[in-house]
Design a protein around this ligand. Structure first.
Ligand code: GLY
Length: 257
């Protein structure tokens, strides 16, 4: 069974962390409605969705991806790079401990799950403003015994590695290559975003489709033209909080109900 963990939108999302976006008002009701559509799409795509309650004290907590990195039947609980986000991990860890073996990071490591792109047994890890060298080293040590290889990638001009590159078919990467050191990705196939849509590199591969922001129709069409099934969702309000489609869930295959 495929599981997805999500968390409701915090009523404090207007006070979220922002790094590469200007702050603009976020309509909470619209953001909640978008999140509901996102959850419905995950369900349609075959996920059993588990939803943690929204937390009014944790503005960014809808972006659960940053709190954990799932590797097979284990999960590395991260130490997010923004101090305001570190309290998010506790409830995620508690929930996931019923499903997966818990592995932990320790200070001075920092790492956001949005910086980790898994392609087969390789974890590409963005060296970003949120993920430091110690975070990458600790992740490598935790996952190596499980047969995963960590490959660091320099990231510039965007929040996370997965702001700039995601996998949209086996070994095929959708990217805005301006933000990443592509030398880390030797021998991968690339699809470039339409450069009129520079933030369109974040798609979530799930249930045989790519869940993709409705705001980027040109890049979506590019994927469809290559035979990649795309399901669009409107996440424009959540995007004002510098989030995207991968950020809003943690997905794993497991047997527990
Ligand atoms: N607002 C998302 C983040 O900065 O982590």
């Amino acid at each position: 069974m495929r599981h997805a963990l999500v968390r409701g939108v915090s009523s404090a999302i207007g006070r979220c962390e922002l790094t590469h976006r200007e702050r603009e008002p976020i309509d909470l009701r619209r953001a909640e409605a978008e999140h509901g559509q996102y959850v419905a799409a995950l369900t349609d795509l075959g996920c059993r969705v588990h939803e943690l309650p929204a937390d009014p004290n944790l503005p960014d907590s809808v972006f659960v991806e940053d709190t954990a990195v799932i590797v097979g039947d284990a999960v590395v609980i991260t130490r997010p790079g923004a101090a305001s986000r570190r309290p998010e991990v506790e409830s995620v860890r508690t929930f996931l401990s019923h499903h997966l073996e818990i592995l932990r990071m320790a200070p001075p490591a920092s790492l956001d799950g949005g910086d980790v792109l898994r392609v087969g047994r390789t974890l590409y890890v963005g060296a970003s403003g949120r993920t430091n060298a110690e975070g990458i080293a600790q992740l490598r040590a935790l996952v190596a015994p499980r047969g995963y290889h960590v490959s660091p990638v320099a990231v510039t001009g965007c929040l996370h590695l997965k702001s700039a590159v995601t996998e949209v078919a086996d070994g095929v990467l959708l990217a805005n290559r301006r933000h990443i050191d592509v030398r880390a990705f030797a021998q991968r196939d690339w699809i470039d975003v339409d450069l009129r849509e520079p933030n369109a590199a974040n798609g979530l591969r799930v249930g045989g489709a790519v869940l993709f922001p409705a705001a980027y129709p040109r890049t979506a069409e590019r994927l469809r033209a290559l035979g990649i099934p795309v399901r669009t969702v409107d996440v424009s309000e959540l995007a004002k909080a510098e989030g995207a489609v991968t950020c809003c869930s943690l997905i794993w295959d497991g047997i527990a109900p």
